[in-house]
Design a protein. Sequence first.
Length: 289
Amino acid sequence: TTEREIRSQPEVWARAAAAAADGAQVLGRPGERVLVLGCGTSAFVAESLAVLRERAGQGETDAAYASEWTPGRGYDRVVVISRSGTTSEVLEALGKVPEGTRTSAVVGVAGTPVAEAADEVLVLDFADEESVVQTRFPTAVLVLARTGFGEDLTAATEQARAALDAPLPVDVTAFEHFVFLGRTWTYGLAQEAALKIREAAQAWSESYPALDYRHGPVAVAGERSLVTLFGDADPVLTADIERTGATVRHDDLDPLVQLVQAQRLAVEVARSRGLDADTPRHLTRSVVL
Ligand code: F1P
């Protein structure tokens, strides 16, 4: 199931791009001060989305974990992201939004508690998933956002198709430690990639803002470490990391296609350890208290 959903991403992205005009409204009208909230995967999507929205000149945008947010500074709109639409902390966060602040929900399923609790709803039912481990829903939200903010993701979608048709260019048995580094909006992707490795493969993974990796965490890098750099290449950082014996990967792909490759990596690492990505240990599709 997870593999099938990973493979479906080019089709799902095309549909997400087509829905971008509606989406841009729900993600905050230009000039609005927006806060984006979510849990787990959706918290990382919130982080990336906040950077993308602000960078596109749409207005000040913050992101926070729904589970930790308490109202403080004022916003025109709070946008919550939840594939299931049932996550308790997201629902509780919506309940805390001050009177007069508009609320939007981006969900995979209409009629769910989160969808019902928000003033406006964007339902990406075509991106909904059966799997516990999220793959195409988060990427669809980001394709929709980027398209809505003026990017053309046709080439990235073609890149994803080509990447999916080729074998993953990594020998997963050579590594036991997986590190993902990102900058600006791709830091959210790096965190999401590391979460995939933990969820699907129960393997040791970490994520950092790229340049911060040298400020301590690099101490545990070694020959069994695979370090993936999202976004732009950085030869100086790469050389520094390679000195530890680690392997550094940077594909010249759209960062969302890099995330697709990380999702595939998680499935392959799981398989190499005798695990099934469809049945991750200790996890449920959404956390409902
Ligand atoms: C959020 C989430 C998932 C995670 C796990 C528990 O779900 O944290 O990201 O994989 O299954 O729930 P949602 O609010 O986006 O449905």
